[in-house]
Design a protein around this ligand. Structure first.
Ligand code: FAD
Length: 442
């Protein structure tokens, strides 16, 4: 059997290599450290955690990332096995001893006879004779490879700068204050949810924005320029108190049906997923600290009880426009020998990245064995995340995403509100077990 080449030995690449070798397929894992460093990694170890040591909530019933943990465990994840073996006390969260964790991942892959680990940078698109490749080079993909991917996929298809606007669960928006309308009733006239602010509310909001505590740029981030098109809202507000009222908060072409008047300013939210369960705050990328975002954004009429699926942020990130570029099994449509995995596909976080490595590894192994593997059902956390990046998300506004219940199809309408997550979680695990059973039978 020809080997699968996995490029990048981070969270996703390590998991992909493991999954491939478990299926009896040889793997060459190419990791550039220590030959070439990144701006955030500080060791040579595989699966290094570059910042926090937390895999977030480990509760599979009420938290989507906890559910993802459980699904990955059931799918034989190396990342979860190493995390469980090196967990440190963290309440309901799964936090790990980062060195023990990374060493365990590296030891398992080193001991696996089907895995060859090569310490080298892959500086260009892989050669044509690598027929089955998983690119898992992460948010800090080395510049030559990033440039090669950009050149191949097209100018607009690789973001180097991650401007993240908050995303709100639709069912937490108070529609007795907000309303559906597009500016000048364009499109089908109801593509946006609008929250109106009067003069007083607007200036109070600007003041809160300017006073709110911001996160500092890391040294290496300071050289990353802002793009004029995605300035953080607080930077716009610093240019003058009315800048936002003439920018993303301009009220033109809108009438508030509750007052029958044009509002003084408006916050627009645009549907973010095909299911219509998530809405992103248009133009609201921000460097406010997370607690401050929750506090300040809940002063917006209609968002008083907003539940955030993701908060805003800004840091260097390399990710492709997966909904446009990838097929349902994470292969580049324009060159199917190349499959992408991890954060570079537009998921966000250690667990989500490893999860995309797990799925990519299984797909790559199936290809090597000439088997057909259907994607995990969209009712599972693995499937919901995969479905989001390969088609569920809007390609025009695609931004990195954490796993959350808004990505799942809603539960049965008869389910009581307080039982919804538990119902989604139980359905996910039952469907995952069936999918895993199918894999074993294949
Ligand atoms: P990585 O884990 O980064 O792995 C990619 C690997 O590819 C690296 O080992 C790199 O050396 C290698 N590589 C790159 N280019 C090449 C090449 N051309 N050839 C060969 N090898 C190459 N997530 C969280 O959940 N919590 C956090 O607190 C957190 N903090 C973060 C802080 C920063 C500054 C950054 C940049 C990211 C942070 N993230 C955090 C996101 C986190 O990095 C990712 O979720 C996760 O590491 C992504 O996994 P990955 O496997 O896709 O990429």
């Amino acid at each position: 059997l020809a080997p699968v080449h996995v490029v990048g030995g981070g969270l996703a690449g390590s998991e992909a290599a493991w999954q491939i070798s478990r299926r009896g397929v040889p793997v060459v894992l190419h990791e550039m450290r220590p030959v070439r460093a990144t701006d955030a990694h500080s060791t040579d170890g595989l699966a290094e955690l570059v910042c926090s040591n937390s895999f977030r909530s480990d509760d599979p019933v009420s938290n989507a990332v906890g559910l993802l943990h459980e699904e990955m465990r059931r799918a034989g994840s190396l990342i979860m096995r190493a995390a469980d073996a090196h967990r440190v006390p963290a309440g309901g969260a799964l936090a790990v001893d980062r060195h023990g964790f990374s060493a365990a991942v590296e030891a398992a892959l080193t001991a696996e006879p089907l895995v060859a680990i090569v310490r080298e940078e892959v500086p260009d698109l892989p050669p044509a004779d690598w027929a089955n490749v998983v690119i898992a080079t992460g948010p800090l993909t080395s510049p030559p490879l990033a440039e090669a991917i950009r050149a191949f996929t097209g100018e607009d298809s690789l973001s180097f700068f991650d401007a993240i606007a908050p995303i709100v669960h639709k069912d937490s928006i108070d529609m007795s204050r907000a309303w559906f309308q597009s500016r000048y009733d364009k499109g089908d006239g109801a593509d946006y949810i609008n929250c109106a602010l009067d003069r007083e509310q607007y200036y109070a909001f600007i003041e809160a924005l300017l006073a709110g505590e911001k996160t500092d740029f890391k040294e290496w981030e300071k050289n990353t320029p802002y793009f004029e098109g995605c300035l953080p809202i607080e930077v716009m507000a610093e240019r003058g108190p009315d800048t936002l009222a003439f920018g993303p908060m301009k009220p033109v072409g809108l009438t508030d049906p509750h007052t029958a008047r044009r509002p003084f300013a408006v916050v627009q939210l645009r549907q973010d997923n095909a299911l219509g369960t998530l809405y992103n705050m248009v133009g609201f990328q921000t460097k406010l600290k997370h607690g401050e975002q929750t506090r300040v954004f809940r002063t917006i009429p209609g968002l008083e009880n907003a539940a955030f699926a993701r908060l805003g942020g800004l840091h260097r990130n390399t990710f492709i426009n997966s909904p446009r570029l990838l097929d349902a099994t994470l292969r580049l449509k324009a060159r199917p020998a190349l499959r992408f995995a991890g954060q570079v596909t537009g998921v966000e976080g250690y667990v989500e990245s490893a999860a995309m490595g797990l799925i990519a590894g299984r797909f790559a192994a199936a290809d090597a064995l000439a088997e057909v593997l259907s994607p995990p059902p969209p009712t599972t956390a693995l499937g919901a995340l995969l479905n989001h990046v390969t088609g569920g998300a809007d390609a025009k506004s695609f931004q990195p995403m954490n796993v959350n219940f808004g990505l799942f199809p809603p539960p049965d309408t008869r389910t009581r509100k307080g039982d919804r997550k538990a119902a989604q979680s139980a359905r996910a695990l039952a469907d995952l077990d069936r999918w895993l059973g199918r894999v074993e039978a294949a």
